[in-house]
Write a protein that binds this ligand. Structure first.
Ligand code: 4NP
Length: 155
């Protein structure tokens, strides 16, 4: 299964989501390809934000080699499932993808933890370190739920 995590800049939230899910999928023996992208393209080519790198490292996950890239319409061809970190990200994905947008592949990541609640993972970009810990915690819980759901479905 190919999974894409998407936020606005691809430097704060989605790199963490990529690193955390990759780590958990590998530990669970799942052959998943996990990547991330951002809708605004302002940080293309950059490594994740220092505080995202720090929080990941504190949890035993190394994301320092990731490079930001922009989300594109062709991602709908290349991925089975696309998780947005927030509702405004879905709006941007619709605008970028146009008639290639495929709603059946898209969900908010937090809906894996709290189905149907449509919760956003708040953008930590304008804030301080505690915001990045909060981001990690939400991603950690949502990705646990995702792995658990998948394991249940194949058992
Ligand atoms: P992210 O945070 O979407 O979690 O990567 C942001 C990073 C940068 C910007 C916006 C959000 N920006 O506008 O530069």
């Amino acid at each position: 299964m190919n999974i894409l995590m998407v936020c606005l800049g691809n430097i704060c939230r989605s790199p963490l989501a990529e690193g955390v899910l990759q780590h958990k999928a590998a530990a669970a023996g799942l052959d998943w390809q996990v990547d991330s992208a951002g809708t605004n393209g302002y940080h293309v080519g950059e490594a994740p934000h220092k505080l995202s790198q720090k929080v990941a490292k504190m949890n035993g996950i190394d994301i320092c080699n990731q490079k930001a890239r922009r989300f594109s319409a062709s991602d709908f061809k290349n991925y089975d499932k696309i998780y947005a970190m927030a509702d405004e990200v879905i709006d941007e994905m619709k605008w970028i993808a146009g008639d290639k947008y495929d709603a059946s592949k898209v969900d908010l990541l937090m809906n894996e933890l709290h189905p149907g609640k449509n919760e956003d993972i708040p953008d930590p970009w304008y804030g301080t370190e505690p915001g990045y810990h909060k981001t990690y915690e939400m991603i950690d819980q949502a990705t646990d739920a995702l792995i658990e759901k998948y394991n249940k479905n194949i058992r």
